[in-house]
Design a protein around this ligand. Structure first.
Ligand code: 6GU
Length: 239
């Protein structure tokens, strides 16, 4: 998979993809990630990436010209209908559809070239959306000063789902949200720490009992922290 990030702060991404699974996936050639400065595609004297909103109001709006030029350069066309299959242009904005594990799975399975536009300021000229964007995405119901932290999250969630990105010992199939259940709790050595014992069932090696315990604890954790997920379990069992 090839991922191109369009941003006015390319330095934000200088090191954040150099750790853990994402670093290994890059080193193994599973994914290629590049952050591009939108300003590189400006052609005016002042290299302007933003301007005042028509109709008035606070803040600045990202201009369409450099973004269209960037897309034309990266994809070969600024006509959404002519994008090669597997190409997605994602706009990160609080006005987007909410990012979920299902979306990460869909991208990991079907996208081969992902272009991520990081929104900034008061927004982005809507013609970018109308002509170029295939998916408008938000990472949650709060406002960030820009799409950059959201891009980091999107990339991380997606790369670990790419075939061979996770080591053989871990599997995305058991992740929280994969079955609308949060993960069960884990313990490691020592078996007793500051008077707190590891649950006995985990120490006695009865795998059937351990499975039962984990399922129960996953349910309890979900009930406590994310009761909204529980209604979805029976819905999905029919899929
Ligand atoms: Cl993708 N961008 C911004 N600016 N704020 C957000 C967001 C994105 N997702 C949630 N809040």
């Amino acid at each position: 998979m090839k991922i191109d990030i369009l941003t006015i702060f390319p330095d934000f991404f200088r090191e954040i993809f150099d750790f853990g699974i994402v670093r290994r996936a890059r080193a193994a050639g599973i994914v290629e990630i590049t952050a591009h400065d939108i300003r590189a595609w400006t052609i005016d004297k002042h290299r302007m990436v933003d301007d005042r909103p028509f109709g008035g109001g606070d803040g600045m709006v990202l201009k369409p010209e450099p973004i269209f030029a960037a897309i034309e350069n990266l994809i070969g066309t600024a006509e959404r209908a002519d994008y090669p299959s597997g190409t997605k242009v994602v706009l990160l904005t609080p006005q987007g559809k909410q990012f979920k594990q299902t979306v990460a799975r869909e991208f990991a399975a079907n996208a081969t070239h992902l272009i991520i536009l990081c929104g900034r300021y008061e927004g982005i000229d809507e013609r970018v959306n109308e002509a170029l964007v295939t998916d408008e995405i938000s990472i949650g119901d709060y406002v960030l000063s820009g799409g950059e932290p959201a891009a980091m999250i999107l990339v991380d969630a997606l790369v670990r789902l790419l075939p061979d990105a996770l080591g053989s010992k871990t599997s995305a199939a058991n992740d929280s949200f994969e079955n609308n259940l949060l993960d069960f709790p884990n313990y490691t050595r020592p078996p007793e720490f500051r008077g707190m014992r590891v649950p006995e069932v985990l120490l006695n090696g009865n795998h059937h009992e351990i499975e039962k315990w984990r399922k129960q604890k996953a349910l309890e954790k979900t009930e406590k922290n994310r009761p909204d997920l529980l209604g979805k379990i029976s819905e999905n069992e029919n899929e």
